[in-house]
Design a protein around this ligand. Sequence first.
Ligand code: A2P
Length: 334
Amino acid sequence: MASGVTVAAVGATGAAGQMTLRILEERKFPVRELRAFASERSVGKTVTFRGEPVRIQRIEPAAFKGVEIAFCSAGSAQSKEYAPMLVKAGATVIDKSNAFRMDPDVPLVVPEINPHAVRHHRGIIASPNCTTIVAVMPLKPLHDAGGLRRVIATAYQAVSGAGVNGIADLREQTLAWARGETLAPRHFPHRIAFNLIPAIDRFEPNGYTGEEMKLVNETRKILETPDLPIAATSVRVPVFTCHSVAVTVETETKLAPERARALIERFPGLRLWDDPAQERYPMPIDVEGQDECFVGRIREDLSSPTGLCFWVVGDQLRKGAATNAVQIAELLLG
Ligand code: A2P
């Protein structure tokens, strides 16, 4: 599309929205016009795109007229309200929220894994939960080669997954701690500085949290394995950026660690960092700012003859959110 497309960013002032603007710039997405939206309180403020200020507009049907692709990252309730308005205005919506992910009429897409799903959209395409994306990336090549029989995943999730308020909580509590003070949490239910919170999202009747059930249900949908047994634990950790996931899988056919390393190394969007002798394994501080998911600590599961354990880290604002969404938009143009 030589002349480019008219793009809307809904939630443009938020952590994922800001990163979406950066990724559109970095990947030279052909934006002809960018329209930025956020809450009422931000109307009139500006965000920066390609070095220019873009004014935050008030959300109303007339403002969506002519939008071709819309990125929504303003939360589920907002997506439920605005996505139908955008579709009515003729836009294709790439939604970062939880609003439509499990809707059978809405494709849930990780472009390296199920790009074909994009073809069946009816105006809305969902981008998965940030932890799901990081975890499912290495699961795909292992599933294709060995057939997944069971997955156990424990996620160590950065505060920026909770948006700008989560970042502020960790920053302010850490600064207060350095001054010898204690600051009450404002966003998280407990202190996050120098602590772990083993509950993200509300608890469901089965004892799992909403965040954990997203990992279960979305992974099954993306891999097209509706009955795959998955057990998930999600923990909020005092890390600013990057989600890390410790994963154990059982496969139908045994995958030796060497074979798994070769499969991971070949898969687009994955990088192998697995050299224990050199203390080389992925960590959030190394992965922040990168679009690939990094895998290491690949080893046999000593408790199962066909089990394999590994560790994967991804920048959840990039591949876990903005990069994945922009890759979906590239599929639409492609
Ligand atoms: P605002 O900055 O005006 O509050 P994050 O996930 O980082 O917390 O960001 C949430 C994003 O969603 C922000 O851009 C925020 O805008 C936006 N947002 C929050 N509530 C609404 C709303 N009711 N309508 C539109 N955008 C909203």
